[in-house]
Design a protein around this ligand. Structure first.
Ligand code: FAD
Length: 372
């Protein structure tokens, strides 16, 4: 095999890409992982991970137990007026920053023998039917070839445009903003506080810190001119959020911000690329399940490549397992998303949780998976 030819190339080194490359490399596959940024780095993410991944992470020695990681077993919800209700979580989760988690998995990937190229972007990935090989064009002008490609390049990448994926045509009004703060906030709780046009999550992460991450609206940002002013005028209308913003110590120099967050359906296999994590479908953040899905789908993509005896079989194994595990969850998440951010609806949802915690727990169950 030529130096420029790999058995497997994984595009994107978030959770899906790191997990799939580690598992494949540990089974003796020659894997190249290409990530456009340099570790460690912050990402917009609520950083609450469902416990459904715990068994897997521990079994594969991927759990970062050198950190003090908060265990989260309680859910707090407030409507746009700040009226709140709490219920216990059945499965619960943990809180850990992506800055720490992704860097830890990156170290694990290198230790497993994965060849990792950082600060390099994949510009194009073309499958040639005749040779049954992919040719990838990279930002350093090199071309690399591979037998299999896992697309783990997140919710939106320039590569989606190059590949002409249908979802990229749809514009989205959502923006995401994240801070790390020191706050007076219970370490066993994940909170979802509504405001007009969006919602804000809060949960503890390592080192006594708290993650504050919200999904807002681009038009509100335009109207108020800056993130800070939008927060004062919109988020602070919820008195709980006003108190958090006024009384906490903000730790990042500036917030992490992303736009064009799109929840449109995608396909798990496109142009013979096994799409994993958000590249296959982004679940709405209010479900707090995207990281678990990224980790699980990374494992599924690796399993499919290891089990399938031909390309057709690999693609079929992956599509089947991905659809069985995630299609319904994504559908429920999309419909829930439409209910949030509207004032009347958040008040109704609060009443529903207060009067029928069983119903709320059913919704949580339907947007989460089982340990694997
Ligand atoms: C506001 C918000 C809050 C959220 N909160 C939570 C939460 O609390 N809990 C939860 O479980 N989930 C949450 N999520 C979802 C979660 O963040 C994602 O589901 C998860 O990060 C997906 O991981 P991934 O590996 O698929 O993608 P990512 O983590 O996005 O990684 C993709 C990687 O690909 C790289 N890349 C992109 N294009 C290229 C290219 N062309 N070449 C090379 N590299 C490339 C990127 O730099 C990136 O590092 C939230 C999402 C949002 C938007």
């Amino acid at each position: 095999m030529k130096e420029t030819e790999k058995e497997i190339i994984v595009i994107g080194g978030g959770l899906a890409g790191l997990v799939s490359s580690i598992l494949l490399s540990r089974k003796g596959k020659r894997v190249l992982l290409i990530e456009k940024k340099a570790y460690p780095f912050h990402r917009v993410c609520g950083e609450y991970i469902s416990n459904e991944v715990l068994d897997f992470l521990k079994r594969e020695q991927l759990y970062p137990d050198f950190l003090e990681i908060p265990t989260i077993s309680n859910f707090e919800f407030s409507d746009t007026k700040g009226k709140s209700v709490s219920i216990p979580l059945d499965l619960g989760g943990i809180g850990i920053s992506r800055y720490m988690l992704d860097d830890w998995l990156y170290q694990k990937a290198k230790a497993a023998g994965v060849e990792v190229k950082t600060k390099i972007q994949v510009f194009d990935a073309v499958f040639e039917e005749r040779t049954e090989k992919f040719a990838l064009t990279l930002s350093d002008h090199s071309i690399v070839e591979a037998g299999f490609v896992i697309g783990a390049f997140g919710k939106r990448s320039k590569l989606d445009k190059t590949l002409d994926r249908p979802f990229i045509q749809k514009v989205s009004p959502y923006i995401g903003v994240k801070y790390h703060i020191y706050a007076d906030f219970p370490r066993d709780t994940v909170a979802l506080h509504n405001f007009s046009g969006g919602y804000c999550g809060l949960n503890a992460i390592e080192d006594g810190k708290v993650n504050l991450c919200y999904l807002g609206n681009r038009d509100q940002l335009r109207m108020h001119g800056s993130i800070e002013e939008m927060e004062r005028q919109i988020l602070w209308k919820n008195p709980i959020l006003k108190r958090v913003f006024q009384e906490s110590e903000f730790l990042l120099e500036k917030p992490e911000v992303i736009n064009e967050i799109n929840f449109e359906p995608k396909m798990p296999v496109e142009q013979h690329i096994l799409m994993a994590g958000d590249a296959a479908g982004l679940i709405t953040p209010l479900c707090g399940n995207g990281m678990a899905m990224a980790i699980h789908s990374g494992k599924m993509a690796a399993d499919a490549i290891l089990l399938g005896k031909s390309r057709v079989e690999v693609e079929s194994i992956y599509s089947k397992s991905w659809n069985a595990a995630f299609r319904r969850r994504l559908w429920v998440g999309r419909h829930l998303q439409r209910l949030f951010g509207a004032r009347g609806v958040s008040v109704f949802a609060g009443k529903l949780i207060r009067n029928s915690p069983f119903f709320a727990q059913q919704i949580i169950k339907n947007t989460h998976g089982k340990p694997f």
